[in-house]
Design a protein around this ligand. Structure first.
Ligand SMILES: Cc1cc2nc3c(=O)[nH]c(=O)nc-3n(C[C@H](O)[C@H](O)[C@H](O)COP(=O)(O)O)c2cc1C
Length: 149
């Protein structure tokens, strides 16, 4: 199994944190919020995962800004996100940025996350109950493939 570090940013409902923790458990990975990155020796890891909730169609700004500061030449990376819509294409901005930093993308994962942002709060939000058991199982399957390959 490859040595894996998972970095995440999750503030709306802890949805992305739930996925990050499930992945970390499956891969025996080190897990860390993006705020604590300066305390981690990223060069010790063979694979780094970057995960965040989505705001306005892109991974959280804090994640995009932090990811841009990494030196990732030749490093294997994967990205993941949770969002009200659960669209995989929301990961694109982060993928682009990591590739531009020289990283090699080994996977991208997205699922739904409970969303009460803005007017949809009035109707009880969307994607209630997500990430659910199936989302968690899919996330575990995703990381399993990455760390053993
Ligand atoms: C400011 C803000 C903007 C959001 N914009 C989108 C969006 O464009 N598309 C979407 O599907 N979900 C959007 N969401 C919903 C979140 O991406 C979703 O609830 C996510 O699972 C939150 O992750 P977290 O709990 O890990 O922070 C938005 C949420 C917030 C707070």
């Amino acid at each position: 199994m490859k040595k894996c570090l998972i970095l995440y940013d999750s503030y709306h409902h802890g949805n992305t944190e739930k996925i990050a923790r499930a992945m970390a458990e499956q891969a025996n990975a080190k897990i860390c919020t993006i705020d604590k990155v300066p305390t981690v020796r990223t060069e010790e890891y063979e694979i780094i995962g970057f995960g965040a909730g989505i705001a306005y169609g892109r991974p959280y700004d804090k994640m995009l800004k932090a990811a841009a500061r990494f030196s990732l030449q030749g490093k294997a990376v994967f990205v993941f996100s949770t969002s009200g819509m659960g669209k995989a294409k929301y990961n694109s901005a982060l993928i682009e940025l990591l590739k531009n930093a020289g990283a090699s993308l080994v996977g991208s994962f997205a699922c739904k996350g409970y969303d009460t942002y803005g007017p949809i709060k009035m109707v009880g939000g969307i994607a209630k109950g997500h990430p659910d058991e199936e989302d968690v199982a899919a996330a575990k399957q995703f990381i399993q493939r990455i760390v053993v390959s």
